[in-house]
Design a protein around this ligand. Structure first.
Ligand SMILES: Cc1cc2nc3c(=O)[nH]c(=O)nc-3n(C[C@H](O)[C@H](O)[C@H](O)COP(=O)(O)OP(=O)(O)OC[C@H]3O[C@@H](n4cnc5c(N)ncnc54)[C@H](O)[C@@H]3O)c2cc1C
Length: 421
């Protein structure tokens, strides 16, 4: 792609990727009075009115708080959020469940489920409302040139830009991350996730199911009393076969896989497939650049945390930028970026590793792992601290990174519930 001969335009920030996290980052930084350019390969029409993609995002209370603070939540339709009151985690024959509820945590629900395309549309509306946000839709980055005082980028639409900070939010397979020379751990689980909305006879009681079998995991996310999102994790050939079944055959097979616990079922809308690949960038920052969202941490969806961690990253990055603006008005200050890197790594690494381990254990159908899988769930049903940790992970309403003393106090309360009272 030829470089323009015109002088590069200047802005404070360039964000590549107008997905939900890129958009939330644009809003957060525009609120600091920074001029933002936002680049995405998708056409403007598709970004403004995204179509359903099958992802139902389980939002923590902390994420809802962040979306409200950013002004994004108010653009969601009134009925967009479905309450998630409990989660039941089963192993194999479903004889015992690990029950996770909001009991005693001061909330009437564990979290809220909101469709990804609605979150994207709401974040888009808020972002483009800002006079400081300039969108380059249907474009992409052709080249980046980091310098001491700024970073320059050439877009495929022929324009060039000189900014203080480049933020990569262009998915777990981020091209911008590669251009910046940041390597990434990538783990391919050799499985696909097949998701589909289904109506069913029996009320789901606003309860999510996570069901770990030997060769598959099954999940059910409650959207209305008789409407759920069905999530199946399958080897590629099985996902192919299930995706090609006609609606009736698909419904019979899903009923069977859920042991007819929801009565007759039938699909509503399309089936969507996602290859399961987890990614973790070796670094979250480079000179005058930062990674956010899936470009930094691409979680396996089994613990439903990718978007939640992404939003926590937006809060951390915007806090770091605000701090450096207060010091000397440079949004790409390396000390502030190093602070973002430290906080975001500390806030994501343990959950990323735990999720990878759980997904690996249950995605591997070798019989030799059967006792280990059973022991893991068995232990979980008995260990109160584990249950409490799971519940408070979803319920977490506090600041993104509570002070150490508070974290230690929280840990002590999980381990010795009586001591905290
Ligand atoms: C089935 C499923 C269920 C999930 N459930 C949950 C859940 O319950 N809870 C939760 O917290 N998370 C969940 N997630 C994860 C969540 O969807 C992601 O973490 C979130 O979408 C990441 O947002 P993002 O903006 O970082 O990236 P993306 O949503 O991947 O958006 C990336 C954007 O970048 C653009 N782009 C790509 N390449 C380029 C390029 N070269 N140049 C310019 N633009 C580019 C794309 O067009 C897109 O707009 C789930 C994921 C899946 C697959």
């Amino acid at each position: 792609m030829p470089r323009t001969t015109a002088r590069p335009r200047t802005a404070d920030i360039a964000i590549v990727g107008a997905g939900p996290i890129g958009l939330a980052t644009a809003v957060a930084l525009a609120r600091l009075d920074l001029r933002v350019i936002l680049v995405d390969t998708q056409p403007r029409k598709a970004l403004a009115a995204p179509t359903p993609d099958g992802r139902e995002i389980a939002l923590t209370h902390a994420s809802v708080r962040a979306l409200r603070a950013l002004g994004i939540w108010r653009h969601l339709p009134a009925d967009a959020a479905s309450p998630l009151r409990e989660a039941h985690i089963f192993e194999r024959d479903a004889s015992r469940a690990l029950r996770v509820a909001a009991d005693g945590q001061g909330h009437d629900r564990l979290g809220n489920l909101v469709s990804n395309h609605l979150l994207r549309a709401a974040a888009w509306t808020e972002a483009v409302d800002h006079a400081h946000v300039d969108v380059h839709a249907g474009s992409g980055v052709h080249a980046v040139r980091p310098g001491r005082a700024a970073i320059e980028l050439d877009l495929v639409d022929g324009s060039s830009h000189r900014v203080g900070l480049l933020v990569a939010a262009d998915s777990r397979f981020s091209r911008t991350r590669q251009m910046l020379g940041i390597a990434t751990d990538m783990h391919d689980f050799g499985r696909h996730m097949l998701v589909c909305r289904m109506r069913h006879e029996t009320d789901n009681a606003a309860t999510a199911w996570q069901w770990f079998g030997d060769a598959q995991t099954r999940a059910l996310l409650p959207l209305a009393p008789q409407l759920s999102s069905v999530v199946l994790t399958l080897p590629g050939h099985e996902a192919d076969r299930m995706a090609q079944l006609d609606d009736d055959a698909f419904a019979r097979e899903v009923e069977h896989r859920f042991q007819h616990r929801l009565g007759a079922m039938h699909p509503v809308g399309e089936r969507h497939r996602y290859p399961l690949v987890a990614t973790y960038a070796h670094r979250f920052v480079a000179p005058r650049a930062a990674l956010v969202g899936d470009a930094a941490v691409g979680m396996h969806p089994v613990t439903a945390h990718g978007f939640n961690l992404g939003l926590a990253g937006v809060e951390r990055l915007s806090a770091a930028v605000a701090l450096s603006l207060a010091r000397h008005a440079d949004p790409g200050d390396p000390r502030a970026l190093a602070g973002y890197e430290r906080r975001h790594r500390r806030g994501t690494r343990p959950l990323y590793l735990a999720t990878r381990a759980v997904a690996g254990l249950y995605g591997d159908d070798r019989p030799v792992l059967r006792p280990l899988r059973r022991a893991a769930i068995e232990a979980s049903t008995r260990l109160a601290p584990f249950r409490r940790a799971l519940a408070s992970g979803l319920i977490d309403d506090g600041p993104v990174d509570p002070p150490l003393a508070e974290r230690l106090r929280g840990m002590r309360e999980w381990l010795h519930p009586a001591a905290g009272r």
